[in-house]
Design a protein around this ligand. Structure first.
Ligand code: PDD
Length: 281
């Protein structure tokens, strides 16, 4: 358990950290969040995370002004206080506290919650693993580009994956893959690397954005296009990306092996290049 959290404007003992029962984040999921990876004490892709946070806040009209210097100070302090050399920073901003009513008042004071969790990552090397996944119906709302804590459909699907001893559920909408419950999904067919376009049907992942830059250095042809359930099963290689899982190979989907159940060469190479970019900036 971490020692400290940051709530609103102060560092506080993790166990004593509390929010109000009429906080709209609690009652309505009226709230946005970010998960930022910490690798060897470095914050990975901080600027992309803050840019997306700003977007989510703007789309929901939550009036929180992002001050990069302040947030960075809070993050670095927490990493130090909680000894989070490797792990994640969780940041959540709710619209604030108000008597319970769906309509929100204009000048609420947003609640800021930040804490860290230690975690070891799945990085290329001796311990690099691929994972088992399932497919599941995408039951979510139509603004998945906003990173809100409105995550019940994701949780139902993720829990189904857990029941089936799988790491992630790949969400399917009208026969097409959108993304994972907490990751973006990519398939490789010959020299083509295919992933869902960044529109309101998926979250534009920060890891996804970083990987797009890396792909430019390879001979792979990037195709940002919807792909079918069938294409998923027939892919040469499949992998997922997220701030918690970096690039993680997918070796099985609904009990069907991908690439004979082995980590593919292209996925491995991309994971190596991505990790290298994280370490060396
Ligand atoms: N989830 N799609 C969804 C629905 C997600 O929740 C996430 C991240 C991603 C990948 O985004 P990124 O590369 O920025 O982490 C895609 C975080 C890690 C979470 O909810 O824990």
């Amino acid at each position: 358990m971490p020692n400290f959290a940051f709530i609103n404007n102060k560092f506080i003992n993790f166990k004593s950290a509390k929010i109000h029962i009429e906080d709209r984040g609690l009652q309505f999921a009226d709230s946005v969040y970010e998960v930022i990876a910490v690798l060897d004490n470095n914050l990975i892709d901080l600027d992309f995370h803050l840019k997306r946070l700003k977007y989510s806040l703007r789309e929901l009209e939550i009036k929180f002004t992002i001050n990069k210097k302040n947030l960075n100070n809070i993050f670095l302090n927490l990493i130090k206080k909680n000894k989070t050399r490797n792990g994640i920073i969780y940041l959540q901003i709710t619209r604030g506290i108000q008597f319970r009513e769906h309509k929100y008042q204009k000048n609420l004071i947003p609640t800021l919650i930040v804490y860290t969790r230690n975690k070891s990552f799945n990085l290329p090397g001796k311990k690099f693993v691929g994972v088992n996944t399932i497919t599941y119906q995408d039951l979510r709302w139509k603004r998945r580009d906003i990173k809100t804590v409105n995550l019940l459909p994701n949780i139902i699907a993720a829990n189904m994956a857990k029941k089936k001893n799988a790491y992630e559920a790949i969400l399917i909408q009208n026969g097409k893959v959108t993304e994972g419950t907490s990751s973006n999904i990519w398939i490789i067919k010959r020299n083509n690397l295919i992933t869902h376009p960044a529109n309101s049907d998926i979250l534009k992942g920060v890891t996804r954005t970083s990987l797009l830059k890396i792909i430019k250095k390879t001979k792979l042809k990037l195709i940002e296009k919807q792909f079918t359930h069938k294409q998923l099963f027939n892919a040469d290689e499949v992998f997922l990306t997220s701030s918690g899982s970096f690039i993680t190979p997918i070796l099985k989907i609904d009990n069907k092996k991908i690439n004979n159940g082995k980590i593919g060469n292209i996925t491995l190479k991309l994971a190596e290049m991505y990790t290298e970019a994280c370490i060396n900036g």
